[in-house]
Design a protein around this ligand. Structure first.
Ligand SMILES: [Zn+2]
Length: 138
């Protein structure tokens, strides 16, 4: 798999191009923007990219930009949001058409799940943080 190229698309000028280098250094060849969408076609690329933080998006180009993203997967390692300095493995799946939302956050050091959410996307988006917590605990 190494050396193969992924399809990329520039969010700014919509240029499509192929690029197989370091994703952090990816740039649009026509406008130099680094605001890019990466399309990964092969499923097993996901499990290989364990030390990257990836955002994979499925878009329907016929829809207005706000509603274009039909499915989004975020996967990878990142610092925990609270500033504790801990690293977490995050897996987040959002599917607009299936009305599905799943989130799993695992503390890298202990291997324990800090957070595990599975619910309909409409439920996830609606309601305050407080209401959501109550739902999870009940
Ligand atoms: Zn561009």
């Amino acid at each position: 798999m190494k050396g193969s190229q992924d399809s990329w698309s520039c969010v700014e000028c919509e240029t499509s191009f192929l690029y197989g280098g370091d994703p952090v250094e990816a740039q649009c060849p026509s406008c130099d923007s680094s605001n890019l969408t990466r399309f990964i076609r092969v499923q097993d690329r996901i499990s290989l990219a364990v030390d990257e933080y990836l955002i994979l998006q499925c878009k329907d180009p016929s829809l207005p930009s706000k509603r274009k993203v039909r499915r989004e997967v975020r996967i990878g390692r990142r610092p925990e949001g609270s500033g504790s300095g801990r690293l977490v493995d995050e897996l987040r799946v959002m599917d607009v058409d299936l009305d599905h939302y799943a989130e799993r956050i695992i503390d890298v050091e202990s291997g324990y799940a800090i957070r595990e959410v599975k619910e309909s996307l409409s439920r996830h988006r609606g309601g305050s943080e407080k209401q959501r917590k109550a739902r999870i605990e009940s």
